[in-house]
Design a protein around this ligand. Structure first.
Ligand SMILES: [Zn+2]
Length: 351
């Protein structure tokens, strides 16, 4: 008799956790706003809504290409708001990041009342430009003429919140981006960003993924201090778990010292197109990030983190990071999970 094949371990749940029970056991019982997701298809949206409800998510902001936004909207209805992005699933088609993007900025506003526009400027954008017909090297900088054209159009249409992805994990700068003459240093990524923060000072800017620098919260603090129009979100779960767990006290102090400047977000990708339809995949992101905020948990993360192997090939490929809770004071939870997003959107109609 042959042994039955072991069922493959879910990289979002290596510990075999019951995320439904864990969701119910989290101490914060109030409403949660997720300011940063990518929900791209109706079927994924349905499953996502199930998970989101379990974690008390009352409103989800998603970056979804225009065509799929039209399909996802009826499923999520009043619980969704679309953040305007180019349609990355159509990256091979000319115009996606140029003329079509400008059209989409208008369409998102007119059809969905979008108020947030996202700019993506990870150093990888340089590679993308080489593969994209009409989006070239001159267009890649965060403050390029093309991007400013989009920002100005958005501003004229009434958008008042801009989200950016600037930087990337230190693990990437140590590996993929080692060639600083091509990608720039990590510090250099922030130069065009600070110019935009100054030039669009009457707009609020959300710097995703702890401003791309959970490794150095002192640096992020400096950005916040220099720019009163800047907030950050907690999204990119694996990255945040890996780095914030190295200095949970610093994360707690960061939240305490600048209340209202940290918004809750996950970066969940709920997508049939990208084969990301799985209860535990979505639930693991809510559980891990909320566990960092609300508890003093100290143990292995249940989520495989490929960057551990990426920076150190001696580390096995399916390793998980350590997860240490920061015990952010309970009095700050409503701000972090809900009120900060509400306040941010108050001048443009509220949540
Ligand atoms: Zn994202």
């Amino acid at each position: 008799m042959t042994e039955p094949a072991a069922s493959p371990i879910n990289p979002a749940n290596t510990l075999g956790l019951d995320y439904r029970a864990l969701a119910d056991a989290l101490p914060y019982r109030g409403p949660v706003v997720d300011i940063h997701t990518h929900v791209t298809s109706p079927k994924a949206a349905e499953l996502y809504m199930d998970v989101a409800a379990r974690f008390n998510v009352v409103k989800t902001f998603t970056m979804t290409g225009l065509d799929n936004a039209r399909k996802v909207q009826p499923v999520m209805d009043k619980k969704v708001e679309f953040i305007c992005v180019p349609d990355y699933l159509k990256r091979d088609q000319p115009g996606t990041f140029t003329t079509r993007w400008l059209d989409d900025i208008r369409a998102f506003r007119e059809e969905f009342g979008s108020r947030i526009l996202k700019l993506w400027a990870a150093p990888r954008v340089i590679d993308m430009a080489e593969e994209t017909p009409d989006f070239g090297p001159d267009d890649t900088p965060l403050d390029s003429p093309l991007r400013r054209k989009g920002l100005d159009l958005a501003y004229d249409l009434g958008y008042r919140v801009f989200m950016v992805h600037v930087g990337d994990p230190d693990t990437w700068f140590a590996t993929t981006y080692k060639d600083a003459s091509r990608y720039g240093t990590k510090a250099q990524q922030y130069e065009p960003f600070e110019r935009l923060l100054n030039d669009y000072a009457d707009c609020t800017w959300i710097a995703a993924h702890m401003a791309g620098y959970p490794e150095d919260l002192g640096f992020v603090q400096g950005l916040l201090d220099r720019h009163p129009n800047l907030v950050v979100d907690t999204s990119a779960c694996k990255w945040q778990v890996r780095e914030l767990s190295k200095h949970p006290e610093a994360f707690r102090d960061f939240c305490v010292n600048r209340p209202g400047r940290v918004l809750f977000g996950t970066d969940i990708v709920a997508s049939e197109q990208m084969n990301q339809v799985d209860y535990d995949l979505y639930a693991s992101r809510y559980w891990a990030l909320r566990t960092i905020v609300e508890t003093d948990h100290d143990g292995p993360s249940p989520i495989v983190d490929p960057d551990l192997h990426k920076v150190d090939p001696d580390v096995p490929e399916h390793s998980t990071a350590h997860l240490r809770g920061a015990s952010v004071p309970e009095a700050l939870w409503p701000t972090l999970y809900h009120d900060a997003a509400e306040k941010l959107l108050e001048p443009v109609g509220g949540l």
